[in-house]
Design a protein around this ligand. Structure first.
Ligand code: HEC
Length: 227
C-alpha cells in the first residue's frame, strides 16, 4: 500500500513537471506587442475588407463584419481569427487561398502586399491583442521620403479603396504619379486633414494620426517628389 502510494506520488510529480514543461512550450515567444493593432492591422481591415458590398456593417458578406476589433474577433463562426494560431484562422486562410472563388480580397480588388500579410500573420500568432496607442514610436516627422515614409502610410490606409480595377473616385494612389496628382490639386491634404470641402479620408475610419499627416504634408510641401 505504502509502495503504491509513493509510486503514485512520483507519477503525480512527473505529470506536473510534464504539464509545466509543455505549457511553457505552448506560450508563444512574441507577446511583446510587437505588431500594433490600431496603426497596422485595423487600417488593413478597414480599407481592404470593411467596404460597402463586402464586410462593413450593412453588407456583412458571409456573416463577416470587419470594421472594428470587437467585430473582427467575434465575426463568422468565431474562427475568423484564432489567437496564437494563424493556420486555423479562416480570415488568414482566405487571404492565402489560391482558388479565385475563395480568395480574399476577391480577384479584381486590390490585393494585400506581402508585408501586410506577414504583419497580419504575426499579429494573430502574437495572440491577436487589441494594442492601441502604439503608433508614435514608428512614425518620425523628420524624414519624409516617398518610398520610405509616405508610401507605407498610403498602402496601409488608402490603397484598399483607391487601387485595383475600379478605384474609388477614380483615384489610384498605388503609384507615385497617382498620389502626386492629388497632392497637386490639394485634395490629398484637404481630405486627410478634414479641411475645405473635401471628403474626409480615410473614409469611415478615424483620422490619421498627427505624425502621419505631418509626414505627408512635409512631402507635399517639398514638391511631392518620387524619392
Ligand atoms: C473605405 C474606402 C476608402 C478608403 C480607405 C479611403 N478612401 Fe478616399 N475615397 C473613397 C470614396 C468612396 C471616395 C469618393 C466619395 C467621396 O468623395 O466621399 C473617396 C474620395 C477620395 C478623394 C477625393 C475627395 C474629394 O472631396 O475630392 C481623395 C483625395 C481621397 N479619397 C483620398 C484618400 C486617401 C489619401 C486615403 C488614405 C488616407 C483614402 N482616400 C482612403 C473611399 C476610400
Amino acid at each position: 500500500m505504502r509502495k503504491y502510494g509513493s509510486a503514485s506520488a512520483w507519477f503525480f510529480l512527473i505529470t506536473i513537471c510534464i504539464t509545466i514543461y509543455s505549457c511553457k512550450h505552448d506560450i508563444p515567444e512574441a507577446t511583446t506587442g510587437d505588431v500594433c493593432f490600431e496603426s497596422e492591422i485595423l487600417p488593413i481591415f478597414q480599407s481592404s475588407c470593411a467596404k460597402s458590398g463586402c464586410h462593413n456593417q450593412g453588407s456583412a458578406a458571409e456573416g463577416y463584419i470587419l470594421d472594428s476589433y470587437q467585430n473582427i474577433m467575434n465575426t463568422g463562426d468565431n474562427d475568423g481569427i484564432v489567437p496564437f494560431n494563424a493556420d486555423k484562422s479562416e480570415i488568414i486562410e482566405s487571404i492565402l487561398e489560391n482558388d479565385p472563388d475563395k480568395q480574399m480580397p476577391p480577384p479584381g480588388s486590390p490585393g494585400l502586399t506581402t508585408e501586410q500579410i506577414n504583419r497580419l500573420i504575426a499579429w494573430v500568432n502574437e495572440g491577436a491583442p487589441n494594442t492601441v496607442g502604439c503608433n508614435s514610436s514608428v512614425c518620425d516627422t523628420t524624414t519624409f521620403l516617398y518610398s520610405a515614409n509616405v508610401k507605407p502610410i498610403i498602402d496601409t490606409y488608402c490603397t484598399g479603396c483607391h487601387s485595383g480595377n475600379t478605384p474609388s473616385a477614380g483615384i489610384n494612389v498605388c503609384t507615385h504619379s497617382g498620389l502626386a496628382a492629388i497632392a497637386a490639386d490639394g485634395s490629398l491634404l484637404g481630405s486627410i486633414n478634414h479641411t475645405g470641402s473635401f471628403s474626409a479620408m480615410p473614409q469611415n475610419s478615424a483620422q490619421l494620426d498627427l505624425c502621419s499627416r505631418t509626414v505627408i504634408a512635409k512631402w507635399v510641401q517639398a514638391g511631392a517628389l518620387n524619392n
